[in-house]
Design a protein around this ligand. Structure first.
Ligand code: NAP
Length: 308
């Protein structure tokens, strides 16, 4: 079968290669991949991993062969899935607990945007507890995780402020629930009960000043690659907390399946909207990765897997 393989040192950095068809474990289904999405973190992995490494976390497709242990959806089921790697391929083996059924009217490319970004937003927001009436700040709000977080927080009754770097990238944020779109935090006076923070540097410094008494700052990224200062005198209010969040370490592994199902259901119901900034065939993976790397994709990148 064909797969995208890391090829450092080559002009494109990745190559299509023929690789052996996967042999699933008894708890794994074999998925015929129809679309996959690319997360920014995967660009970092590509740069660090050796030749031959197989990328690919977010995918959607059809069950070609159900898990031999009887778990998970049956043959022909449409599914959304979260792989550890090797998902940018025609076939991928996935544990049943990393799969959820996909409703017929949700496209594969939309579904493929959900796993890592949607789960990160969902689980990071849970750290803020009940959000009805809460003031929530989402930084990096025009990004993949940020957009989902804005909409989910709004759906839960929060008053959401969205911090973006570039206002031209903010299109659609008010429509999914941002009460205000900010380009800096200088003029903000009223504190936030919850901050979902992924920009780092000065933005994290400022978030600590702006968190309310007893409030929470969830730090889950550092897009700016700048360092922050954290000290006792830094905090704007007593009793607030800073939590470092990593989605792979969040919750119990069995809940991946339940949360994937929740993300798919919300999407099917029109409560969650994936913004796809670039959709193409996987044969265009090189320019697509370049566009993502150069920040020319406003929203998620989705690629369809077709015959070579
Ligand atoms: N902890 C976890 O488990 C976890 C899971 C997923 C992602 N992450 C991390 O979370 C972050 C967001 O992920 P993502 O997939 O949403 O990435 P993304 O789509 O690239 O979104 C990042 C957003 O941050 C903005 N941004 C970048 N640099 C900035 C700067 N210096 N100042 C202000 N804004 C800046 C970008 O603005 P533009 O739109 O103008 O480019 C973009 O809208 C990344 O750092 C990623 O590695 C962590």
């Amino acid at each position: 079968m064909r797969a995208v393989v890391n090829a450092p040192g080559t002009p494109d950095g990745v190559e299509f290669r023929d690789v052996p068809e996967p042999t699933p474990e008894p708890h794994e289904a074999l998925i015929g991949v129809r679309s996959f999405s690319v997360n920014r973190g995967e660009l970092t992995l590509l740069a660090r991993r050796p030749d031959g490494w197989r990328p690919g976390q977010d995918l959607a497709g059809v069950v070609v062969r159900p898990a031999a242990d009887g778990s998970g959806p049956g043959e022909g089921a449409r599914v959304v899935a979260w792989a550890d790697q090797a998902g940018w391929a025609q076939l991928a083996p996935l544990p049943s607990r990393r799969l959820a059924r996909l409703q017929d009217h949700v496209s594969f490319q939309t579904a493929a945007t959900l796993p890592v970004a949607g789960m990160t937003a969902l689980r990071a927001l849970r750290l803020g507890g009940a959000l009805s009436g809460a003031r929530v700040l989402v930084t990096g709000a025009a990004g993949g995780v940020g957009r989902f977080a804005v909409e989910m927080a709004h759906r839960q009754g929060a008053e959401v402020a969205a911090l973006v770097r570039d206002p031209t990238r903010a299109a659609g944020l008010p429509e999914v629930g941002a009460r205000e779109v900010l380009t800096d935090l200088d003029g903000v006076a009223e504190p936030f009960d919850l901050v979902l923070e992924s920009v780092g540097g000065e933005v994290l410094n400022r978030a600590l000043q702006l968190v309310a008494r007893g409030g929470t700052v969830v730090s889950f990224g550092n897009s700016s690659r700048q360092e922050s200062r954290v000290g006792f005198g830094q905090w704007g209010a007593p009793g607030s907390r800073l939590i470092q969040f990593f989605v792979y370490e969040s919750g119990e592994p069995p809940t991946f399946e339940a949360d994937l199902a929740l993300l798919a259901q919300w999407t099917a119901d029109g409560q969650l909207h994936a913004q796809i900034g670039l959709h193409d065939d996987w044969s265009a993976i090189k320019p697509a990765l370049d566009a993502l790397r150069d920040r020319r994709v406003n929203g998620k990148l989705a690629l369809d897997v077709t015959a070579p």
